[in-house]
Design a protein around this ligand. Structure first.
Ligand SMILES: Cc1cc2nc3c(=O)[nH]c(=O)nc-3n(C[C@H](O)[C@H](O)[C@H](O)COP(=O)(O)OP(=O)(O)OC[C@H]3O[C@@H](n4cnc5c(N)ncnc54)[C@H](O)[C@@H]3O)c2cc1C
Length: 386
C-alpha cells in the first residue's frame, strides 16, 4: 500500500507552487503533496528573474521582499553598438525568485500541504483505478488521484502514457553573475547580435549590487557553437571590467504548439508544458498563470465522476491556457524564424532610425512602425500574424 494523496505536484518552481496555491484554495481540505528534487531556494535559480510588472501582479499577490528592483527602461543595442532606450509606462521588476518560491512553499505548508524536498521523481505511472503511482529515485513510491508535472522541460515524466516529448525548440542559455559593473538599476539591456547570440539575444540585467549577464541561442545553433565561449566573448567586448562570481547554464523550451497538456488525472504545467513566450523567452509569469489553471483543473478532476468527465476537464484545461496565452504564443512561434533570419544590417538600420527620436517620442507603436519599415524580411515573416 502506497501513501495516498488527492493531488501530487512535482516541481516547486513558479508553476508547481502556483498550482499548489490554487489546489489548496477553498474550504475542503485536500491531501496534497508537493515534491522537488531540491529545495530550489537553497540554490541560485537559473534565471535572469525579469518580469513585466502588470502581468506578474495579475498572476500573483506580489510581496515587497520578492522584488529586487523596479525596471522602467529597456535599452536595445544594435549589433553596431547603436543604442535605443525605451521607457515603458508599466515597467517591470527584477525579482528574487528564491524569496518568492520559499514564501509560497511556506504558505502551502501552513495550509496543510505536505512537502518532500530532495526527492527526484523518476516515474509517473498510467492510471489504474483512478490512481497513478509516482516513483522516486530511491525506489519508494506514493500514489495520487491527480498528478501535476511542473518539473520543467527535461524531466521526461509520463512515458507510460506516451505523454512525454523532447521539447522541439529547446534553446541553450548561459549566464554569469558578475560584480564590479555600474549598470543603472532601472534599466535592462538587450543585445541583438549574430556574433554573440546567434538565433537569440544577449542580456545584461542589474541585480542589486551585481548583474546577471547572459545569452540565449537558437536551437539550430546547438552543438555548432560553444555557448560558454560566446558568453566570454560577449563579456570581453561589452563588460571587460566585470568580475565573474559564477557561471550557470540552463535550457529554455521555446516551442509553443498544440501539444497535449493533460490526460485524465495527469496535467503538465509551466515549462513542462512549453508555456514560455517563444520570442521574449520569458516563462515566470506564464508558469504562474498556467499553474493556476492546472491547480484549479486538478481540483475539478478530483471531483469528476469518471474518466470521461476527467477527459473533458483535460480538454478544458488546454482550452483555458490557449485562451490566456497559448494562442498568442503559437502565433509568435510562427513568426520566430523571421526574427532569427533578420541580418545584423537590418537591426543596425532600424536602431539608427529610432535613435534619432527623443525618449518621449519613442512609443511601442513607433518602434514597431520603424522596425517594419526597416526590416522587409521581418514584415514578410509577420504575415503569419494576420
Ligand atoms: C538562463 C535562463 C534565464 C531565464 N530568464 C528569465 C527571465 O528573466 N524572465 C522570465 O520570465 N523567464 C526566464 N527564464 C525562464 C524561466 O526560468 C522558466 O520559464 C520558469 O522557471 C518556468 O517555471 P516552472 O515552474 O515551469 O519550472 P522550473 O522553474 O524549472 O521549476 C521546476 C522545478 O522542478 C524540479 N524538478 C525537475 N525535475 C524534477 C524531478 N525529476 N523530480 C522532482 N523535481 C524535479 C526542479 O528542481 C525545479 O525546482 C529563464 C530561463 C533560463 C534557463
Amino acid at each position: 500500500m502506497q501513501e495516498y494523496y488527492d493531488i501530487i505536484i512535482i516541481g516547486a518552481g513558479p508553476a508547481g507552487l502556483s498550482a499548489g496555491l490554487h489546489a489548496s484554495n477553498g474550504t475542503t481540505r485536500r491531501a496534497i503533496l508537493l515534491i522537488d528534487k531540491i529545495a530550489p531556494w537553497e540554490h541560485t535559480i537559473q534565471c535572469a528573474e525579469a518580469v513585466g510588472r502588470r502581468g506578474f501582479e495579475e498572476a500573483i499577490a506580489v510581496r515587497p521582499n520578492w522584488v529586487r528592483q523596479g525596471i522602467g527602461k529597456a535599452s536595445f543595442h544594435a549589433p553596431d553598438g547603436v543604442e535605443v532606450i525605451y521607457t515603458d509606462k508599466n515597467g517591470g521588476y527584477i525579482i528574487d525568485r528564491a524569496a518568492m518560491q520559499r514564501d509560497i512553499a511556506d504558505d502551502l505548508a501552513r495550509r496543510g500541504v505536505t512537502s518532500r524536498f530532495g526527492c527526484a521523481v523518476t516515474r509517473v505511472s498510467g492510471m489504474k483505478n483512478f490512481r497513478r503511482i509516482v516513483g522516486f529515485a530511491d525506489g519508494s513510491a506514493v500514489c495520487g488521484r491527480v498528478v501535476i508535472d511542473a518539473a520543467g522541460p527535461i524531466a521526461g515524466l509520463g512515458r507510460e502514457d506516451s505523454f512525454t516529448r523532447k521539447p522541439p525548440d529547446l534553446e541553450p542559455a548561459y549566464f554569469a553573475l558578475a560584480e564590479g559593473l555600474s549598470l543603472p538599476a532601472d534599466t535592462v539591456h538587450i543585445y541583438m547580435s549574430r556574433e554573440f547570440a546567434p538565433g537569440g539575444y544577449a542580456w545584461a540585467f542589474p541585480r542589486g549590487k551585481s548583474a546577471n549577464i547572459g545569452i540565449v541561442i537558437g536551437s539550430a545553433f546547438k552543438g555548432k557553437v560553444n555557448i560558454r565561449r560566446l558568453l566570454d566573448a560577449f563579456l570581453q567586448h561589452h563588460f571587460r571590467e566585470a568580475s565573474i562570481i559564477k557561471y550557470y547554464a540552463g535550457t529554455i523550451p521555446c516551442a509553443a504548439g498544440r501539444a497535449k497538456m493533460a490526460l485524465p488525472g495527469f496535467l503538465k504545467a509551466g515549462d513542462a508544458a512549453s508555456t514560455v513566450n517563444p520570442i521574449s523567452r520569458s516563462g515566470i509569469t506564464e508558469a504562474l498563470v498556467c499553474g493556476e489553471l492546472a491547480g484549479s483543473h486538478a481540483v475539478r478532476m478530483l471531483e469528476a465522476s469518471g474518466e470521461r468527465e476527467m477527459q473533458k476537464i483535460a480538454v478544458a484545461y488546454e482550452a483555458a491556457w490557449r485562451k490566456k496565452r497559448g494562442r498568442r504564443h503559437e502565433k509568435l512561434s510562427r513568426v520566430k524564424p523571421a526574427f532569427a533570419d533578420v541580418p545584423d544590417e537590418d537591426y543596425n538600420a532600424a536602431t539608427a532610425a529610432l535613435s534619432g527620436l527623443g525618449p518621449d517620442k519613442l512609443t511601442m507603436f513607433r518602434i514597431f512602425k520603424a522596425a517594419l519599415g526597416r526590416f522587409p524580411r521581418l514584415l514578410w515573416g509577420l504575415r503569419h500574424m494576420v
